[in-house]
Design a protein around this ligand. Structure first.
Ligand code: SF4
Ligand code: SF4
Length: 358
């Protein structure tokens, strides 16, 4: 059977129509099942910033699932890198708490230990709600990402890890190239059953927390993460086979990014003039020597812009290798290029979007 991807027009005001169509094309048997719905909740932010899955998409999915007779519904994610305490705050500020209709659970509070790829860590803790769910519905956001070029279905599963482990794995990976492997290793711990991507308003440029938003007007869906991520990459103007994490996922038997073999329901079009992350994402693509060069100690490091930076220190707190410190005179963070592993966690977590990659 070819992998199937739905591309459906949608606005936030009518997104339930697209969600109905998703469940027609990808029917799930939910009666009596424990269902986990996992939006992308990077951090506390306003819904209009489009850093997280829009609450309208979450609400439409929850309302649909409610009609299908599940034994239980849990809505949850593990925002941020260290943020056990910021879970509720992130859901509330984004409007996702209200959209969860009472099914929200802080899934970071209870976890189970599972074996991991020992090349990185011998084991990791995964939210119990993830490992015990019968069905997982993942709700990624259509966004660029400085480290993986794009964030979509596979990357959304990074949030199954509570707390500081995300940062620990960044550190264990040690380089952007190896981080692509980590992302796939985490994803395969529990592959979700359905992916519904919020591409109504997407993000381009310096994602995953860029102010550069893009009206796209679509919902994408598939029961295969590799195929739907290949569609996102293609829309962004990036040949899917150049993305290391998609190659890894294919090698692991998780799906195929060759869309010639897939069934696309809807119109797949490249978005004109779409802005990829700095360096055009080249740093993360196929050319290994280019990758090493771009991530060498002299190139591609985070820099805080004084016009936006408030000196809050969030980036310093979230750097997994303590490469940042606040310059007391300028009240702005500075990076030690000999220590930085180019993970871009600081950029992800900066509430002022002050960090760019230079
Ligand atoms: S998190 Fe952002 S605003 Fe806060 S110190 Fe770092 S760069 Fe500045
Ligand atoms: S300075 Fe930023 S990019 Fe460099 S290691 Fe720390 S968090 Fe990662």
């Amino acid at each position: 059977m070819p992998e199937k991807v739905l591309i459906h027009p949608a606005a936030y005001s009518n997104v339930s129509r697209a969600v109905e169509r998703v469940f027609e094309l990808f029917p799930l048997q939910l009666r009596g099942k424990r269902v986990l719905v996992k939006p992308n909740v990077l951090r506390a932010s306003e819904a209009a910033e489009s850093i997280v899955t829009n609450p309208a998409v979450l609400r439409a999915v929850v309302e649909k699932v409610e009609t299908m007779g599940p034994a239980s519904i849990v809505v949850g994610d593990n925002p941020g890198l260290f943020s056990y305490g910021a879970n509720e705050e992130s859901f509330k500020k984004t409007g996702l708490m209200e959209a969860s209709k009472g099914y929200y659970q802080n899934i970071g509070n209870d976890s189970v230990k599972v074996a991991f790829n020992a090349a990185f860590l011998p084991s990791v803790s995964v939210s119990r709600a993830v490992m015990e769910a019968d069905v997982i519905i993942s709700l990624p956001k259509f966004k660029t990402h400085g480290l993986t070029v794009m964030t979509g279905a596979i990357k959304n599963s990074y949030g199954i890890l509570p707390g500081a482990q995300k940062a620990m794995l960044h550190k264990a990976a040690g380089s952007p190239e190896r981080f692509h492997e980590v992302v796939v290793e985490v994803f395969r711990l529990r592959v979700p059953d359905l992916f519904i991507v919020d591409a109504v308003v997407g993000m381009q440029g310096n994602g995953p927390a860029s102010p550069d938003l893009r009206n796209i007007g679509l919902v994408l869906a598939s029961d295969n993460a590799v195929a739907v991520d290949a569609v996102i990459a293609t829309m962004m103007g990036c040949e899917p086979g150049r993305l290391r994490f998609l190659r890894k996922a294919k090698e692991a038997g998780l799906g195929d990014y060759d869309l010639a073999a897939a069934e696309i329901i809807g119109e797949l079009k490249r978005l004109p003039d779409f802005k990829l992350p700095p360096m055009g994402g080249e740093a993360l693509m196929k050319n290994e020597s280019m990758q090493s060069m771009l991530h060498s100690r002299a190139v591609l490091r985070p820099k805080a812009g004084p016009e936006r930076c408030t000196g809050c220190g969030t980036c310093v707190d979230h750097c997994p290798v303590s490469a940042l410190s606040i310059n007391g005179q300028k009240n702005i963070p500075e990076v030690d290029p000999d220590v930085c592993i180019a993970c871009f966690c600081c950029q992800e977590m900066c509430p002022e979007k002050a960090i760019t990659l230079r």
